[in-house]
Design a protein around this ligand. Structure first.
Ligand SMILES: [Zn+2]
Length: 307
C-alpha cells in the first residue's frame, strides 16, 4: 500500500469518533477483491497505529481494546484479518444454490475450489477458532477482559447504552476530553504502575500515601484527589436530579432520614404522584469490583436502614 493509500486509510478513521462508521466502505472493496491474510493483517496493524497516534494511546494498549465491540468495552474497530474472510464466505455460499450453468462451471474450476478452500479455513484469535462473527466477538471480549488494562470492562455489556458515546461522540466533549475519556475507560492513562511495566527498579509508590500509584488509586483512593472525587460525585448527583426533574419527578437532595440504625442521608429521594418513591445514592465504583454486586449491596443496605 502506498503512502497516499495509508493516508486515505488514516482519513477513514479520523477524526474520531464520528468517522468510525466509515471503515466499512473500504471493507466492501476488500471483500470483493483478492486480499491475502498477510495484507489484511498489515491493514489492521496500520489502523491500530493510526488510532494509537490520534488517541495518544500507549504502545502496549491491548490489541483487543481496538477491536472488541463497543458494548464489550472496546473501540469497535473492524478486524479485517478475521471479518473479511467471513464476509467472503457469506457472499460465496449462496452461489452453490444457483442454477446458472456459467456460475456452476466457474465454481467447479480448480482455481475456484482452491480459493474457496482457503477462505473456509478458519482463522484463529488467541487460540480460538473464528468460525462466525459471534465467535470472534467472544474471543475479542475474553482477550480484553483477561488483560490487566481491560479487566474493569468485563461487565460493560450490562449497560451497553453507557458506551455509545465512544462511537457517536457528544457535543459535551471536546476532542481533548474525548481522548482523555477513552484513555480512562481503557485504563490507558499514564500512572506510575503503568510506566513501571518492564522496569522492575522504578518506584511505583504514591508520594502522598505510599500506596501503589495506579490509575485506580488516583481516581478512587488517594487523599490528593479527594476534593476532585467529591466534586465528581456532586456533579453526578446534580445531573441525575436535573434529568429526573425534566421527567416530572420532584427531588429532595440529601434529606436527613431517622432510622432504627441511626440518621441516614441519601443523595436523592424522588417523588411522583403516580409512582412509588425512590431513594438513590450515587456511587462511582472501583473497576475491579463486581458491578452487579455493588448494585445489590446498595439496594440491600437501604432496605435494612429505612425500615
Ligand atoms: Zn496516594
Amino acid at each position: 500500500m502506498s503512502a497516499s493509500d495509508l493516508l486515505a486509510l488514516h482519513a477513514l478513521v479520523f477524526p474520531l469518533p464520528l468517522h468510525f462508521g466509515r471503515l466499512p466502505r473500504r471493507l466492501h472493496q476488500l471483500v470483493l477483491t483478492a486480499s491475502s491474510k498477510k495484507y489484511l493483517k498489515w491493514l489492521d496493524k496500520s489502523v491500530r497505529a493510526a488510532l494509537r497516534s490520534g488517541l495518544k494511546l500507549p504502545h502496549d494498549s491491548p490489541k483487543a481494546f481496538f477491536h472488541a465491540k463497543i458494548f464489550d468495552g472496546g473501540l469497535g474497530i473492524v478486524t479485517l484479518e478475521h471479518q473479511v474472510p467471513l464476509m467472503k464466505i457469506k457472499r460465496i455460499d449462496p452461489l452453490w444454490a444457483s442454477n446458472d450453468p456459467v456460475i456452476r462451471e466457474m465454481l467447479s474450476t480448480d482455481g475456484a475450489e482452491s480459493l474457496l478452500a482457503r477462505q473456509r479455513e478458519p482463522s484463529r484469535y488467541g487460540g480460538v477458532q473464528v468460525t462466525s462473527g459471534e465467535s470472534l466477538r467472544t474471543a475479542l471480549a475474553t482477550d480484553l477482559h483477561s488483560s490487566v488494562d481491560g479487566r474493569g470492562l468485563r461487565e460493560s455489556d450490562l449497560v451497553p447504552h453507557q458506551h455509545q458515546w465512544v462511537a457517536e461522540g457528544t457535543g459535551l466533549l471536546s476532542g481533548a476530553n474525548y481522548i482523555g475519556a477513552v484513555e480512562v475507560r481503557g485504563n490507558l492513562l499514564h500512572s506510575a504502575v503503568r510506566a513501571a511495566r518492564g522496569r522492575p527498579n522504578t518506584s511505583v509508590l504514591c508520594g502522598a500515601c505510599q500506596r501503589l500509584r495506579s490509575l485506580g488509586h488516583i481516581l478512587q483512593v488517594c487523599p490528593r484527589t479527594h476534593g476532585s472525587r467529591v466534586a465528581r460525585h456532586d456533579r453526578l448527583v446534580a445531573l441525575v436530579q436535573s434529568a429526573a426533574g425534566k421527567a416530572g419527578w420532584s427531588c429532595i437532595r440529601e434529606p436527613a432520614i431517622p432510622t432504627t440504625a441511626g440518621l441516614r442521608r441519601p443523595d436523592l429521594v424522588f417523588h411522583h404522584p403516580d409512582r412509588p418513591t425512590y431513594v438513590l445514592d450515587v456511587t462511582v465504583v472501583v473497576l475491579t469490583r463486581c458491578f452487579t454486586r455493588c448494585i445489590s449491596h446498595t439496594t440491600y443496605s437501604f432496605t435494612v436502614q429505612l425500615h
